[in-house]
Design a protein around this ligand. Structure first.
Ligand code: DSN
Length: 420
């Protein structure tokens, strides 16, 4: 079976190889501005493509159901220890395959079917797993919502009022499309006032929290989840953290054997590599630049007459509203895409359009910052975004801008042909 063990991907499956090549080219030529995406390092990808993909390791370090786990134990413990150092917390589960799995495990560990949860409304910037109706979190539990005010910000007094009325067992804080800092301390006061568990989902801002560039959910939250691939720049996956031993034990059982089978040890190895990068002093520089770049983006868009929900940004993203424009988020997404800028259409507070059309777009700075772009490039790109939106039907202009931006992108190449 020589051909299986010795062939490269190109030799063994040129079809898949060439699709990956095209994706590499797309990621290199286009400007990636989806707020939840990022570029992980070649070292992280190397660990992810390692022999650990062959290993079953149900259980936890030193408590496995399979033999031959001595190195799986070492690498998982390393990931746990590094995450615990980054976020200053005692208990970490690095096994969730995704953020949704992590959130599902929190509910499974701490709630019974039909219990009440209070989370941020999806249409105001929350996440599907925070109680949205089409999601398991909105179907298995009785979900209540808070949102943002007309100024686009969370009003913590209002959240307190809602919590007092609905008396949830869990309050979920954290968002997918909210550009302002989340005040975990205030959420803790609300949770304490109604005897609720405080659950912080920091998937979007975890990298900033790690750098001290966003308030930490600890010591306020009882349980914290995150993805590892957004601002944290690691492999695609999830993680759960806590300082409460009883909660941590329930979470571990909810992940395995509750919801998942064998952990993805190759991904856990890659998480460990990413966490080492986060512990490097340079991480703070990166995170500061992420924020500086999104600030420029917001400033230019506002100067050019675009409406930014909440009037600016404290983090890695801006939410642009077209409620006062004659085009939709979908139109903007397509026009920007034709010019080589990848964003996502996004519901904005007060939206009347469907989630497939929307009246807004969400734009983020983490990925281009990872490519080395700074304020100067963000000012150019932000102005190009406005040029495109100002002339949303001018396909020739979009093509011209695409060429200009490809040239800009070519000066910030992150991967080479041997990266994967
Ligand atoms: N899909 C992620 C995002 O784009 O924010 C959330 O899970």
């Amino acid at each position: 079976m020589d051909f299986i063990t010795s062939a490269t991907l190109k030799e063994s499956d040129n079809e898949v190889f060439s699709i990956i090549e095209k994706e590499l080219e797309r990621q290199t030529r286009h400007l990636e501005m989806i707020a939840s995406e990022n570029f992980t390092s070649p070292a992280v990808m190397e660990a992810m493509g390692s022999v650990f993909t062959n290993k079953y390791a149900e259980g936890y370090p030193n408590k496995r159901y399979y033999g031959g786990c001595e190195f799986a134990d070492q690498v998982e413990q390393l990931a746990i220890d590094r995450a615990s150092q980054i976020f200053n917390c005692k208990f970490v589960n690095v096994q969730p395959h995704s953020g949704s799995q992590a959130n599902g495990a929190v509910y499974a560990a701490l709630l019974n079917a039909g219990d009440k949860i209070l989370g941020m409304d999806l249409s105001h910037g929350g996440h599907l797993t925070h109680g949205s109706k089409p999601n398991f979190s909105g179907q298995n539990y009785q979900a209540f919502y808070y949102g943002v005010e007309l100024d686009g910000r969370i009003n913590y007094d209002k959240v307190m009022e809602i919590a007092k009325i609905c008396q949830p067992k869990i309050i979920v804080c954290g968002a997918s499309a909210y550009a302002r800092e989340i005040d975990f301390k205030k959420f803790k006061e609300i949770a304490d006032a109604v005897g609720a568990i405080l659950f912080a989902d920091i998937a979007h801002v975890a990298g900033l929290v790690a750098a001290g560039e966003h308030q930490s959910p600890f010591p306020y939250a009882d349980v914290v989840t995150t993805t590892t691939h957004k601002t944290l720049r690691g492999p695609r996956g999830g993680m759960i953290m806590s300082n409460n031993e009883e909660i941590a034990k329930k979470i571990n059982s909810a992940i395995f054997p509750g919801l998942q089978g064998g952990p993805l040890i190759h991904v856990i190895a890659a998480k460990a590599v990413a966490f080492k990068e986060v512990l490097d002093p340079k991480w703070k520089e990166y995170s500061k630049q992420v924020k500086a770049n999104s600030k420029i983006l917001a400033e230019v868009l506002i100067k050019r007459g675009y409406d930014i929900v909440s009037g600016g940004t404290d983090n890695h993203l801006v939410l642009v509203s077209f409620l006062n424009k004659p085009f939709s988020g979908k139109d903007a997404d397509i026009a920007l895409g034709n010019a080589g800028i990848t964003v996502n259409k996004n519901i904005v507070p007060g939206d009347t359009r469907s989630p497939f059309i929307t009246s807004g777009i969400r734009i983020g700075s983490p990925a281009l910052t990872a490519r080395g772009m700074k304020e100067k490039e963000f000012e150019i790109i932000s102005n190009k975004i406005c040029d495109i939106l100002d002339s949303i039907e001018d396909k020739e202009l979009h093509k011209k801008i695409n060429k200009e931006l490809e040239e800009l992108a070519s000066n910030f190449v992150i991967y080479n042909q041997s990266t994967y």
